[in-house]
Design a protein around this ligand. Sequence first.
Ligand code: CTP
Ligand code: MG
Length: 219
Amino acid sequence: MSAVALVVAAGRGERLGSSGPKAFVMCGGRSMLEWSIDALKAVPEIVHIVVATPPGIEAPAGTTGVFGGDERSHSVRAALHHTLAGDPVLVHDAARPLVTPEIIRAVLAGLDGEADAAIAAARVADTIKQDDGGDAAPTVARTLDRAGLWAIQTPQVFRREVLERALAQPHEVVAAATDDASLVETMGGTVRLVECPRENFKVTTPEDLRLADLLLRRR
Ligand code: CTP
Ligand code: MG
């Protein structure tokens, strides 16, 4: 297998409220991006790593940098177009610094003969309720059946041709997607769920950053 990894690191991190782009914020003694790159480099199946960065910021040593776009999907597309070969294609958010080589290998192995994509996911632990749509004083419309619900993470692994077709869908479709796998779902593709630890969470808020910092310092 000659896999290629695309790491999207071009977001601004508005919800974190840091002074610079989120992927370059220090966490557990190094930048969030560096933790992900180290985990990817430890997986021999991955032969090339492309990082989508904000303009003017260099990608880490041993990776290829490409400028990201205004939306996450634009950053994924820019990084994909920078890789001429490599199949499957793995996509990872730099905002998930707790990813491990074990998680990466498990998701790569999840791309079996029947699947178009394989994605890291954790079973939902909380009871999930849907509101009635009212913003001011919301009430519960229904309780969802937790048994079949998964919280979706990255890495997400795709057959190259599938990811290329997924991202070539009309602009509205691509812009509305909150992850890459959903673009494969809209084409009727088969997406395999690979159960991964909840610890592989995304750093979005200052509380997330504090928790990730504590966990990474203990490694
Ligand atoms: N990302 C990107 N290009 C964008 C937007 C996001 O490469 N135009 C990346 C981020 O760097 C991050 C991942 O996509 O690694 C997940 O996005 P998110 O957690 O939303 O990060 P930000 O967009 O940076 O944060 P926020 O939405 O709070 O501004
Ligand atoms: Mg964002």
